[in-house]
Design a protein around this ligand. Sequence first.
Ligand code: UFG
Length: 322
Amino acid sequence: MILIVGGAGYIGSHLNKEINKKGIETVIFDNLSYGHRDFVKWGTFERGDLGNIDDIRAVFKKYPIEAVMHFAAFTYVGESVEDPQKYYTNNVKNTLNLLQVMLEENVKYFVFSSTCATYGNPVEIPITENHPQNPINPYGKGKLMVETVLKDYSDAYGLKYASLRYFNAAGADPEGEVGELHNPETHLIPLILDVAAGRREDIKIFGTDYDTPDGTCIRDYIHVTDLAEAHILALEYLQNGGESDFFNLGNGNGFSVKEVIETAEEVTGKDIRAVEAERRAGDPPVLVGSSDKAKEKLNWKPKYDELSTIIETAWNWHKKLK
Ligand code: UFG
């Protein structure tokens, strides 16, 4: 049985669906602070908090857990600058609680949600796993701290981990059973789709004077179902004796904010009102990753790599929201 911590959230719920499709049983552990109970449509749900180590122990005592996938982190970069304690407590300290119980229970396999934010401002594009890691905000710093802990626990205790550094997760389950729903929403694609759906008046373009072809920031959008598949492959890789390692998960293609808006207009058939605004603090102009290592070592083959497909799956789910 696989323990999915944070399985009621955006990426965890998509992974939960895909792994259940392969006949693997899951238990979902989530405190529902940001997750959604109705996103847990597969496996067994256990409500609990990583801040309370006895909640974690109880789940490990109740189920025959062989491996853990950990998605339960806070992800607002701006908030992490305003309130770093919130981020270090949940994203670092609470992860140590989880690892502590794994060691107590002798559970060896751990798939961790890391981020391209551990690289900081890129000195080279595309970003490979060997790129220097100099995170510029507490969110990225906390994730890097956990990566450091994983290396040391692996050396000392034989923990087997795969740390997956996501670029911009986007899109929704192609069958429309789960999707992206954050409160507050800060991500570009769902905000654009709110405009398309008439729930929001306009989308602000944060900065139009960057050193990029159209002046707006470029990001690497990776479909959430492709991300989910990579987690399953990473677990298989570890279970088959693969060495603990770090893997980028991105599309390898960058799209500017303006290109995303234009593609969303084509996909939805709606006019999307865009307003030029100031740069948002802390946004690197270009973030594009190389995922060659995941493709080679995990045999990962992203299926939904067209931006229009990513937006279409998001739209099919998003337009049904109230
Ligand atoms: N953007 C806008 N207007 C908006 C929202 C976003 O122009 O209303 C722009 C941003 O400035 C950025 C791009 O759209 O250039 C994408 O922004 P998102 O907020 O969707 O995503 P980020 O690239 O900021 O964040 C993602 C992940 C984080 C991760 C970060 C790494 O969501 O978890 O990449 O830098 F930490």
